[in-house]
Design a protein around this ligand. Structure first.
Ligand code: MUC
Ligand code: MG
Length: 367
């Protein structure tokens, strides 16, 4: 069970089309595959998707901080000393995605070593998650067509619509077109990635009051402290905090300040260990939780699924588990399959994923 080596391997896989949202866009998945080796010959894996525009981490930065700062402090510990691992990682403020990938690869290795899935080790609640698909910026016709394709091909009926453009009418037209096209057959919620002001958000929400939205997410910056509180307090649907709550302390601060009434848990930024703490905190505070997507590839999506399926609160809502579909390829020997709008728990131990060596050598960028 002793950790002997940690690899941080950069890879790049293009998207078929860019995913655009208020705080940035992605055209190529320039992610990092993290591997944790043990003295029993086990290799745990995880994926780190850098989001420079949100958390400031880059692909090169993630590789460097793992190789130069985290690995020397963790090699020699056992897979069961996860609190020691965290005490050491937490000496560094920031670098959430790098820390989370190390944490998740340790859990994958632990599951493989003990012969259980990560979902079983965490909570073992269910065998599937309903899938929510994120629709990036485009015109109404294009976004309706994408939703139609996701419904026809995968049975997905929950959509998170990216908003936050100016004028706000651009986005309102999209949400209205989706509702008019599909009626009550789909669930809709919106995510602004801090693109609007509190006043713009309030106006947009009033204009969409008849569209039956499930949630509104991060419409304006949490740092507009009073504006955000003013906005959240006038809404009659939960307001999800996402990038404003990357730690349990942030959840406490934002929720107690009245700046959020639900939260997004992203394993890409809180791994399994800290996601558990965020989950338990949400339970104690009585908050709705949505399993979010940091625009993960299939390894990262398998991690979100593994965590989401572990608990009642995280599996109640559809999880954001489908944006890997826009990638031209991925690293797994057996690709994830969405059927009837659901992703089922993967068979096998740990995360249940196997990396295809040919694909890894094709897409890695460090040689
Ligand atoms: C989301 O929910 O905000 C966009 C940026 C990021 O870090 O995650 C995505 C989705
Ligand atoms: Mg978000």
């Amino acid at each position: 069970m002793k950790i002997t080596q940690i690899d941080a391997i950069p890879f790049a896989i293009p998207y078929r089309k860019p995913l655009k949202f208020a705080s940035g866009e992605v055209r190529v998945a320039e992610h990092v595959l993290v591997r944790v080796h043990t003295d029993d010959g086990i290799i745990g894996v995880a994926e780190a998707p850098p989001r420079p525009f949100t958390y400031g981490e880059t692909q090169r930065g993630i590789v460097a901080v793992i190789d130069e700062v985290f690995t020397p402090q963790i090699v020699g510990l056992t897979l069961l000393e996860r609190e020691v691992v965290h005490a050491r990682l937490d000496r560094t403020v920031g670098n959430p995605t790098a820390k989370s990938a190390v944490d998740m690869a340790i859990w994958d290795a632990l599951g493989q070593t003990l012969g259980f899935s990560v979902t079983e080790l965490l909570g073992g609640y269910t065998d599937r998650m309903r899938v929510s698909h994120m629709l990036g910026f485009a015109g109404p016709a294009e976004m309706v067509a994408e939703a139609e394709r996701m419904r026809e091909s995968y049975g997905i009926s929950t959509f998170k619509v990216k908003v936050g453009r100016r004028p706000v009418d651009l986005d309102i037209a999209v949400v209205r077109a989706l509702r008019e096209s599909f009626g009550a057959d789909i669930d809709l919620y919106i995510d602004g990635n801090r693109g609007w002001t509190a006043a713009e958000s309030a106006r947009a929400m009033r204009q969409m009051a008849d569209l039956g939205l499930l949630y509104a997410e991060e419409l304006c910056p949490a740092d507009d402290v009073l504006g955000r509180r003013w906005l959240v307090q006038q809404l009659d649907i939960p307001f999800i905090a996402d990038e404003s709550v990357p730690t349990p302390a942030d959840v406490t601060r934002e929720v107690l300040a009245g700046a959020a009434t639900a939260i997004s848990i992203k394993t890409a930024r809180t791994g399994f260990t800290v996601s558990q703490r965020v989950h338990h905190l949400a339970e104690g505070l009585g908050l709705d939780v949505v399993m979010g997507n940091q625009i993960d590839g299939q390894v990262g999506t398998a991690a979100t699924l593994a965590f989401g399926a572990a608990y009642a609160r995280t599996s109640r809502q559809a999880g954001e588990l489908s944006n890997f579909l826009d990638m031209t390829d991925d690293l797994l020997t057996t690709p994830l399959q969405i059927t009837d709008g659901c992703l089922h728990r993967l068979p096998g131990t740990g995360l249940g994923v196997a990396i295809d060596p040919d694909k890894l050598s094709r897409y890695r960028t460090d040689h």
